[in-house]
Design a protein around this ligand. Structure first.
Ligand code: NCD
Length: 375
C-alpha cells in the first residue's frame, strides 16, 4: 500500500542516524559556504500546504528553497484560499499539488495527515507538523542546534518542559535523541500534560534514562542539564479554554530561575513563545532560541537538496505496514482517519494492543460497524 519510491519525510525514525548525521553535516557546510549552493535547486518547485498557522516553518522552508535557486508555490489558510473551502478532501489536494511540484511540505491540524498525503502523492512529502503528533523538521533544526552548539548528540542531559502531551516538537525530539547513546531525559510537566504513553514505551524499549518531574528548580538542582527545551502550552489542542487556562503559565523561565541553572545549560524553544520564557532571559548568552530558528533554514536547505537529489534513501518499507482489514477503527478524534474516512485503516499489533499507524494511538479492539441492518 502507498508509494514506496518517494523519499517522504513523515517520521524521522524511518531514516537512520547515519542519514541524519549526513544531513547535519551538509547543513553545516551550506551554512558556511552558501554561495556554492545558490543554484543547486534551479528549475525545481516546492509546494507548501499549510492547513495550520506557521511563521518559522513555512518561511524557513520558502527561504531555504529560494536560497537554493528553486521556486515555491502553495497556500496558507486553505479554508479561505484554496479548494478546501469548497470541501475538497486531502487525497485530491495532495494528488494534484504533488503533480505540480518536485517536493511538497504539509502542515495539518490532524494527526497522521502527512502520512495520508504521502499515500496519495506523486512527489516526496515533508511533514511540517501533523496535529499534536510529530514535527520532524523542527527536530532536525534542534539536532543541528545541539550539534553546532554542544558539538555532540549523545551523552546529553536534556530537560524538556511544558506541554509534553500535545507538543509535537517534543515527541519528535525525544524519538530522535533516544536513538543516540547515553542521553538522559528530564521530563518536566504538570500531571495533566505528561508525555504520551507511546513515547514512554519507546523510552523503555530503548532502556533510555528518563525521569518525569514537575519542578524546574528540581531539574536544575539534581540533573545537571546540558539543554533545557522549553515549550508552549498548546492552547489550540485543548478540549476547552477552561482546561487550557488551568495549565497556562505553570512553568515560567525567568532571570531568577536562570541564576540557579547550570552555566553550561543552553535554552532552546521551537517558538512561538507565549509566557514560558520571560523576555529578559533573551539577553542571557545561554538563550539560543533565535539562533535555533536560524539553523532551521540551513537544515531545511539540506533536507530539500538531499530529497530532490534522491540522496536521502528511504528504508523502502511501504508507508503502511500494519493490518489493513482488521475491522478496527481508530478512536482518536484527532486522527486523520476520522475525517478522511476513505483512508485505508492500518494497525500494528504490539504486545496484544493495536496501534493506529497514522497517529500511533493505542486502539481498543472494537470492530467497526459494517452498516445498519434493516428490520
Ligand atoms: C512549533 C509547532 O508548530 O509545533 N512551532 C514551530 O514549528 N516552530 C511549536 C509550537 O507551535 O508551539
Amino acid at each position: 500500500m502507498g508509494q514506496v519510491s518517494y523519499n517522504h519525510l513523515i517520521d524521522l525514525n524511518r531514516y537512520s542516524t547515519n542519514q541524519w548525521n549526513d544531513m547535519l553535516r551538509l547543513a553545516g557546510e551550506i551554512m558556511r559556504n552558501p554561495r556554492i549552493y545558490e543554484n543547486s535547486c534551479g528549475g525545481k518547485i516546492m509546494g507548501t500546504m499549510f492547513y495550520e498557522p506557521s511563521t518559522r516553518t513555512q518561511m524557513s522552508f520558502q527561504s531555504a528553497m529560494l536560497r537554493l535557486g528553486g521556486g515555491t508555490i502553495g497556500f496558507v489558510n486553505p479554508s479561505v484560499n484554496s479548494s478546501v473551502a469548497k470541501g475538497e478532501n486531502l487525497k485530491d489536494t495532495a494528488k494534484v499539488i504533488s503533480g505540480y511540484c518536485d517536493i511538497a511540505v504539509i502542515r495539518h491540524n490532524l494527526e497522521g495527515a502527512a502520512l495520508a498525503a504521502a499515500i496519495n502523492a506523486d512527489c516526496p512529502i515533508i511533514n511540517a507538523g501533523d496535529g499534536g503528533h510529530l514535527h520532524p523538521t523542527q527536530t532536525l533544526t534542534d539536532l543541528m542546534t545541539l550539534k553546532e552548539e554542544k558539538g555532540k548528540l549523545s551523552g546529553l542531559s536534556v530537560g524538556v518542559c511544558g506541554d509534553l502531551k500535545h507538543g509535537r516538537t517534543v515527541h519528535s525530539l525525544i524519538k530522535a535523541l533516544s536513538c543516540y547513546k547515553n542521553n538522559r531525559f528530564v521530563l518536566i510537566s504538570t500531571d495533566s500534560l505528561r508525555i504520551p504513553e507511546y513515547i514512554v514505551k519507546l523510552l523503555e524499549d530503548k532502556c533510555a534514562d528518563y525521569i518525569e518531574i514537575s519542578s524546574l528548580d528540581e531539574a536544575f538542582l539534581n540533573y545537571d542539564l546540558d539543554v533545557l527545551y522549553m515549550t508552549r502550552i498548546q492552547r489550540e489542542r485543548f478540549e476547552s479554554q477552561h482546561e487550557y487556562k488551568n495549565q497556562a503559565d505553570k512553568f515560567i523561565l525567568n532571570v531568577k530561575k536562570m541564576k540557579k541553572a547550570p552555566e553550561k545549560m543552553i535554552v532552546l524553544h521551537p517558538l512561538p513563545r507565549i509566557n514560558e520564557i520571560d523576555i529578559e532571559v533573551d539577553s542571557d548568552p545561554r538563550a539560543l532560541y533565535f539562533k535555533q530558528a536560524n539553523y532551521g533554514m540551513y537544515i531545511r536547505m539540506a533536507l530539500i537538496l538531499q530529497t530532490i537529489n534522491y540522496q536521502l534513501n528511504p528504508d523502502n518499507i511501504p508507508l503502511l505496514t500494519g493490518e489493513h482489514n482488521s475491522g478496527l477503527e481508530c478512536r482518536n478524534m484527532k486522527c486523520i482517519t476520522r475525517t478522511e474516512v476513505y483512508l485505508p485503516k492500518s494497525f500494528k499489533k504490539e504486545s496484544g494492543d493495536f496501534i493506529c499507524e497514522y497517529c500511533e494511538e493505542k486502539v481498543k479492539a472494537i470492530p467497526h460497524r459494517s452498516g445498519v441492518q434493516s428490520r
